[in-house]
Structures are given as C-alpha cells and as structure tokens.
Design a protein around this ligand. Structure first.
Ligand SMILES: [Zn+2]
Ligand SMILES: [Zn+2]
Length: 364
C-alpha cells in the first residue's frame, strides 16, 4: 500500500469512509480504516500531525495533573492576593480530613487564578509524575521522544510569596518557593535524551504552569525557555520517570516525616488511579486512535468526560488517604494501610501503561 492512498488489494476493505482532516481535498482522500489514515498522516503530514496529537495529549495531561494536585492538596488556603506583581498566599496546614474542613475558607474572596496557583504551588515534580506514563501510552503509536527537564532558575510571570500559619497564636513563617522547576519535553523522532529539548520542533508541557503565572501549559521549547527562565538558568534533561523515582524515594525514606511520606504515597496512588480511569474510558469508547482523530468539538466533550471521571475517582482516593493519614497509629500501620490501597489500584490500566512505559525505556 502506498503511504498516501488505500489500495483494495492491500487493505482488503472496499468502503473508504475515513477522510483526512489534514488534506486540502477531503472528498478525494478517503481511507478504509483509522489504521490506514494514521499511516497516511504519518507519511504525508508528519509535522502537522505531530502538533495536532501532541496538543491533545498535553491538554488532557495538564487537566489530569490539576485534578491530582487538588486531590493531594495538603493545606488550607486562608488568603490570597496579587499586589504589585507578586502573589501572596497564606496557608494553614490541614489538620482534619478534608471533607470536615474547607480547603479555601476564604473562597468568597479568593480568585480562581489564585486557587489554581495555590493548588499547583510546589507540585511540579508530582504533576510531571502524574502525566508521564499516560503520555507515553497515548503516544505509543507515534515516533516521539519524551523526557523530563529540570530547570534551575524559572522566571515566574507572577512570583509567589507564601506564608504558613501553624496556629492562630503563632506568627506565620515564610515558606520559600523552590528555585528548581520540572517540566516534560516532547519531540518528533527517536532522539537521544540530550537532543530532545534542542530539536526545533520540540514542545514543553508544563502541567503546573499556573503556580508561576505562565500563560499556557504548552509551548515551543525555545519560546518557553526565552519567556519563562532566567538568563542564568541551567537546564538538565532527565530520563522520563525520574519524577516517579523521586516520589518513591520519599515514601521509602525513613527520615522523611510521616505526613511527607503519606502525601508522596498519595501522589503515587493518584497516578495509578489516573492510569486506570484514562485507560478504561479510552478503551471502552474507541481507543487511542479514535481519541486523537475525532473532530475538535467532539474531543472537547470527551476530554471533559475523562477529566470528570478522573476527578471523581481521585475524590474517593482522597477520602481513603485521609482515613490513613488521620487514623494511622504508627508508621508501620500507615504503611500497611497504604499497601492495601496499592493492591486495589493494580488494575488493567496501570498494568498497560506500565508495559508501554517499559517498552519506551527499552527502545532504540
Ligand atoms: Zn486502507
Ligand atoms: Zn492527508
């Protein structure tokens, strides 16, 4: 079969009903199956096709990361305000299960942008972790390279000054924003790790971009670096999955405080639940190709449905986590309760995305 048309002798299918949305003449370019259409687009419209599928994948990934950060939120936001180009946030630690207290007690006066910035504050590694394996699974039929970038020296559009109020009587303490940021970089083709961000067609997915007031979750790498990093910034490419190891190390570090270990478990479990829900929904509705090929309006509806289903699942996870965090009697008890949450999460989606991820790491 040629790369640009279907051939009855080769495809064996007479009805050609799949138009190519990237060909100028929709009537003459019809394909027998999603498979043939994919081959055609890969051969004939490589650059445009890459941009199209990657923008869908990053859109979904950024929304999933926001839900996961919200589900693992470990503070209450008492107040927020932007004054003279700085965003001031006042947090209190969460001392009760979240369904017994308001996360945004001053919600009447807190703007949505401040809530998003507060929700994603200091969550960049967790957000990269939540999106890495779903991205690899979604992109498996495409020839792409994906890595993590550690950026020493991000340049926030709106810098944050955050204060933590331990109690009403104690003075609040300033908590410093880390000066290292973590994002995902994706480029077409099979590239060595160190070349991915240098590819002129590469893009950055910054799922926690709201914390710095960056305009978008998705940008070309060169414009992202120019607009959002200091001139002295140091950028290091890391193997995809470094963020997962980072979270695992916290859960296994006996010196980490119990609450820090508990929330690291929460992030790992949220990742597993996201993988299960995303996999089940896409598989039951028509598969990865179907998700990436459908018309834009339909895609928006499907993406909303996926995000809502993930949010509902993560809400239940949070109730389970609160039960563990607030009712464990010892570190061993906490670990035993977490283990049973892990066992419940080892479903088909988590296994399929794990297999995709292993194939990605072994390729080349
Ligand atoms: Zn065909
Ligand atoms: Zn075409």
């Amino acid at each position: 079969m040629s790369a640009s048309t279907c051939d009855l002798a080769e495809c064996g299918v007479e009805s050609r009903v799949h138009p190519c949305s990237l060909c100028s003449d929709l009537e003459t370019e019809l394909f027998c199956s999603a498979e043939c259409l994919h081959r055609h687009k890969t051969a004939q419209h490589a650059h445009q096709y890459f941009s199209h599928v990657i923008s869908r994948m990053t859109s979904l990934a950024a929304k999933l990361a926001l839900e996961a950060a919200a589900a693992n939120y470990k503070y209450r936001l008492l107040a927020a305000e932007v004054l003279e180009d700085t965003r001031y946030l006042v947090f209190a630690p969460l001392e009760q299960p979240r369904n017994e207290c308001k996360l945004f007690p001053g919600s009447q006066t807190i703007a949505d942008g401040d809530k998003r910035a507060a929700t994603l504050w200091e969550t960049c590694i967790a957000c990269v972790h939540h999106t890495a394996r779903p991205l690899v699974w979604l992109a498996e039929d495409f020839d792409v390279s994906i890595c993590e970038l550690s950026i020493l020296g991000p340049k926030p559009a709106v810098p944050i000054q955050a204060w933590l109020m331990w109690s009403v009587s104690a003075p609040s303490v300033e908590v410093r924003n880390s000066d290292t940021h973590r994002v995902i970089c994706i480029a077409p083709g099979a590239l060595p790790l160190e070349d991915i961000a240098n590819d002129p067609a590469s893009i950055i997915l910054d799922p926690s971009h709201h914390q710095y007031g960056f305009a978008s979750h998705h940008s070309a790498t060169t414009s992202y670096i120019q607009a959002n990093t200091k001139s002295s910034a140091k950028i290091e490419a890391l193997q995809l999955g470094d963020s997962i190891d980072f979270m695992m190390n916290i859960t296994q570090n006996p010196e980490a405080i119990v609450i820090a270990r508990a929330f690291a478990h929460g992030h790992l479990l949220a990742g597993m639940r996201i993988e299960n829900t995303v996999f089940d929904m896409i598989k039951n509705e028509g598969g990865r190709r179907w998700l990436l090929e459908m018309a834009d309006d339909d895609y928006t509806l499907v993406e909303n449905r996926i995000v809502q289903a993930v949010a509902a699942g993560l809400g239940k996870l949070r109730t389970n986590l609160d039960e563990v965090i607030f009712h464990s009697e010892s570190a061993d008890d906490l670990q035993a309760r977490m283990n049973s949450l892990y066992a419940e999460s080892e479903c088909e989606g988590w296994q399929a995305m794990g297999a995709s991820y292993e194939r990605y790491l072994r390729r080349s």
